[in-house]
Design a protein around this ligand. Structure first.
Ligand code: CMP
Length: 144
């Protein structure tokens, strides 16, 4: 059965003009875009998104950064897409992300790390529900 995940180009990725390059990797691999929107997140939305990090020393900076400018939020669909998107994203620690991954190719900074991807099926369900209304996630059949 097909799976869905939530990925998001963060403000630094949008400002650097990386939206198409990043989404293109997922499209050409065969994952389907079934939801997509651009918005500048409120601090409230950014705090909910990063709820699991509340109380950590970097939480305030994380929320401020995510709400500092427009992001592109995407629901991706396909077999094993949750784990695959994390693998394509690369490690959170910038200098441990392998070349060929998105962070390994585009980022050297822990905070300005270009993109987010849900870390589990449960997180994906929660994050899709947080960023999208039900009717904003579409259904279509891929020819791939
Ligand atoms: P992301 O994968 O979007 O989810 C959590 C974010 O917290 C992560 O990207 C980093 O940007 C940030 N983060 C995680 N650990 C640290 C840390 N030790 N110091 C600063 N930022 C961090």
């Amino acid at each position: 059965a097909s799976e869905q995940t939530y990925i998001m180009i963060k403000p630094d990725g949008v400002q650097r003009g990386l939206v198409a390059a990043i989404l293109g990797r997922f499209e050409t691999r065969g994952f389907q875009i079934v939801g997509m929107k651009m918005l500048t997140p409120t601090k409230e939305l950014a705090s909910s998104h990063y709820g699991e990090h509340e109380g950590k020393p970097f939480f305030g900076g994380l929320v401020d950064f995510l709400s500092s400018g427009p992001v592109v939020g995407v629901v991706l669909q396909g077999k094993g897409v949750v784990a695959a998107a994390r693998m394509m994203l690369g490690a959170t620690k910038p200098l441990e992300s392998a070349p060929g991954t998105i962070r390994g190719d585009f980022a050297i900074d822990m905070g300005r790390n270009v993109m987010h991807a849900s870390d589990s099926v449960d997180s994906a369900t929660r994050e899709i529900g947080l960023w999208f209304k039900k009717e904003e996630v579409v259904s279509w059949t891929s020819c791939a």
